[in-house]
Design a protein around this ligand. Structure first.
Ligand code: CA
Length: 220
């Protein structure tokens, strides 16, 4: 899963980026509205954390531009305390949720989890594909109840496949959602991650659909 954080206050931006990265997300960040608008329009994200008070271009106008361009990514807006009218405008412009400042970082993480969960049509934070269970709250993965240790990249590949279980996910799509923008991307390494995941989770856990990509079954 990959998230964009648009926030101009450097200390807060760093805190949010670090917390999301610590929860297993690939994270890109933007310090102004122009950069945010550009990244959101050209890169692929599973969720966006968007501060409304941004320099160059305010968050509301960035949000409107994305929605006008048909970008449907779930968006959590951040606003100054007491600015209720901004939040109403934001929600009317297509934001999915909001968080007034100051907030606890745990609440932001829970809201991002919920946004991603709802966008894939799931009602609970636990995902299950046969014996493989991934708890998005703790980041814990178990197979038949036994805990499995994954690297950050393996976790992201697995979380994306499980979020989209029941359909084929191409290597290119996985590449887009597993790496942050500034990292060297190589879709061949996706194969390596999938091979390692099969070793850890069981050979039949991830099916290869020849020429198309990979698929996990919600009930296998
Ligand atoms: Ca701000």
């Amino acid at each position: 899963m990959r998230v964009l954080v648009a926030e101009d206050e450097a200390a807060l931006r760093r805190q949010v980026v670090d917390a999301l990265a610590g929860d297993g997300y690939a994270v890109d960040d933007a310090a102004d509205g122009d950069r945010a608008e550009f990244l959101g329009a050209t890169e692929t994200y599973d969720a966006v954390v968007l501060d409304l008070g941004l320099p160059m271009r305010d968050g509301l106008s960035v949000l409107r531009a994305w929605r006008a361009a048909g970008i449907a990514t779930p968006i959590l807006i951040l606003s100054a305390r007491g600015a209720w009218h901004e939040r109403v405008e934001g929600i009317d412009a297509g934001a999915d949720d909001y968080l007034p400042k100051p907030f606890r970082i745990e609440e932001l993480l829970a809201r991002v989890r919920a946004l991603i969960r709802r966008s894939s049509g799931r009602a609970t934070p636990e995902m299950r594909c046969g014996p493989v269970v991934l708890d998005t709250r703790s980041g814990r993965v178990t197979v038949g109840g036994a805990p499995v240790t994954l690297t950050a990249h393996e976790y992201r590949v697995l979380a994306y496949l499980m979020h989209h279980s029941g359909r084929v996910v191409s290597r290119g799509e996985l590449t887009e959602h597993v790496y942050a923008q500034d990292l060297d991307r190589d879709s061949n390494t996706i194969e390596v991650f999938v091979a390692r995941l099969r070793k850890k989770l069981g050979a039949g856990s991830i099916a290869t659909v020849r020429g198309l990509g990979y698929r996990m079954e919600p009930r296998a």
